[in-house]
Design a binder for this molecule. Sequence first.
Ligand SMILES: [Zn+2]
Length: 254
Amino acid sequence: MLIDSHAHISDTKFNEDRQVIIDKAFNSGLKYIIEVGCEPQFWDKVVELSKQEKIYSMFGLHPQDADKFNDELLSKLKTLLSNKKCVGVGEIGLDYHFEGYLKDLQKEIFIKQINLALEINKPICIHCRDAYDDMIEIFKTFKQLPKGVIHCFSGSFEQAKEVLNMGFFIGIDGPCTYPKSSKLTKVIENVSLDKLLVETDCPYLAPQKYRGTRNEPSYVVEVAKKISEIKQIPFEEVCKVITRNTIELYKLED
Ligand SMILES: [Zn+2]
């Protein structure tokens, strides 16, 4: 039984068949879905979705939206984070991928949200793209860090070791199934199963089998299969350990 620990089923790409996809996921054997609300325009929808029994939520401001941060948004965020189905702060972080990104502002808002997570004692889900060194530098400035996961990990094994030493989990997504994934394969090979989570990040990043189509929570099984293949650990064992990791990190009902 797996958990999709990172989904965006509030995305407009699910407007036509959202409940069908949710039902399909649970019928296929998923235990839970953690729905991530990181864009303010979707926050209300995420709250609605998390009223369903097996859907948890998470809220934060995505680095690409860093310029939207203000006092009003912060107070709304605090209210959302106090929801009993909300299990973490995320996704938050740094994204230097697209030209024109606001580096200093992204750092400032990331740090603010890490502090917020410490204040409310909830784990963080980190989005980091093309910014691993800066992320690690920021972590080093904290005497104490929240627990958390580097979602959709795309760094090197060296960088993985650094964040593992800081107590973080590594989130693995569809790209591990792509033919050109040797860097990620090395990470999966060398990181203990105890430190891995699986996620879809749907509707994006469909695994190889469904590549080019919309991703959905039930496809998380493809990620677990690939981990089982790479690490040569039986699939059932992979599911068991990773589900336990997710339950422990986010304090989900067992
Ligand atoms: Zn995401």
